[in-house]
Design a protein around this ligand. Sequence first.
Ligand code: NAD
Ligand code: UPG
Length: 433
Amino acid sequence: MQLAVIGTGYVGLVAGAGFADFGNDVACVDVDEGKIARLLRGEVPIYEPGLDTLIAKNTKAGRLSFSTDVAGAIRNAEVVFIAVGTPSAADGSADLSAVYAVAETIGKNMNGFKVVATKSTVPVGTADQVEAIISRHTTQPFGVASNPEFLKEGDAINDFMKPDRVVIGSNNTRALEVLRSLYDPFVRTSDRIHAMGARSAELTKYASNALLATRISFMNDLALLAEKLGADIDRVRKAVGADPRIGPKFLFPGPGFGGSCFPKDISALIHTARVMGHDLELVRAVEEVNKRQKHVLGSKVLHHFDGALAGRVIGVWGLAFKPQTDDIRESPALTLIEDLLAAGATVRAHDPQAMDNVRPLFGDRVTFVDTMYAAAEGADGLALVTEWHEYRRPDFHRIKRLMRTPSLFDGRNIWDPEELRSIGFWYTGIGRG
Ligand SMILES: NC(=O)c1ccc[n+]([C@@H]2O[C@H](COP(=O)([O-])OP(=O)(O)OC[C@H]3O[C@@H](n4cnc5c(N)ncnc54)[C@H](O)[C@@H]3O)[C@@H](O)[C@H]2O)c1
Ligand SMILES: O=c1ccn([C@@H]2O[C@H](COP(=O)(O)OP(=O)(O)O[C@H]3O[C@H](CO)[C@@H](O)[C@H](O)[C@H]3O)[C@@H](O)[C@H]2O)c(=O)[nH]1
């Protein structure tokens, strides 16, 4: 099938390369000339494991191309995917200006039946708006569909190539058929394709993210209580998750959830509800708990040093919002660093992939170091924010020798408190008594 994917970010690149790998001809287009220039030089502008190989393979095979010619890609395509950003607007709603701009360009370049499928996360009713905008510019037939994307950064290729489910929302039978045949090779049984109306599909995406975020905020809130009660949230997590009705995933307490999706999608869902006269109390609480949680690590550091960090050096391990990505959007590490700097600390930060993205935010207010051990040099405290593999089993004896005072703030509960205390560290995690 001839496809156009508009927007070459985390979603557009993975989807474009994934569709091409299944034999489709895919034109990936973007208005960002710099990004397209890098892609044309064979560089991948983001860090996502396996993406460079997948892009190289399919570009070489002639099935995947990159350009800024959005109009041309639309004219050649049977299916046009909208994968542009939908960031938070000032009032918390989703900013749909990029989606609407693309819809207009599609309308102006219609030359036969096309399916227009929105992969971007968009509020309920956006498919109707997209349809209305396209209709203003053309009398050609087309079908609009909502096709929300559920990939996770860091594991995006796997999620896209072997999806748990594919959601297709459209009131247009032909569009549903075209998308079904496009996705059939990705799913072992057709049961995993969920066809529904566009509004239901749009709401499914927000419902999924809000429920996952609810689990995390619930555990983060409970972790604070566990600390007060002298219980270990990690033991509680494992035992609670052993109930198959609950399951073990997305119950890990931490420094608050970040990323380009949960915070903005929750905010947009709350906004949608408010506009409809409905107060989503539970989701509002999820958001509030998360805002508070992002300060928990900073508060622990401050409390440990009696409320003052002037003259103190704090090492920070992990800047990306999660491992296996260079994405720092809404990362709890940024909040921690701001809190540490505000309290007068000197910060030495390390991340395997995200340092180039963080550097412009802090300039020389933060020292960025090339090795993880260098972050511990002369430090009074070491805070773990992102659970990259290499931070899981470091040489703690070496770390202890490097630090000025050996205190560890384990934001992901990945270390063994007993072992660390036996080495001579002062240790705290999240909700571990
Ligand atoms: N990142 C994720 O893990 C993820 C997962 C599922 C869904 N989503 C949703 O997918 C959408 C895209 O997310 P992302 O993380 O890939 O965003 P991104 O910011 O990484 O990429 C968006 C791209 O769209 C381009 N763009 C903006 N306006 C354009 C226009 N008018 N024409 C052509 N290109 C344009 C930008 O230049 C940018 O390269 C968002 O709605 C997001 O909520 C993201
Ligand atoms: O038990 C957990 C699981 C996750 N997190 C945090 O939650 C955030 C989001 O993590 P994750 O969901 O793994 O990454 P995303 O790439 O943001 O993916 C989410 O957001 C995407 C965009 O909508 C969806 O497509 C995915 O299905 C959904 O998992 C990160 O800060 C994690 O550290 C926790 O604190 N505890």
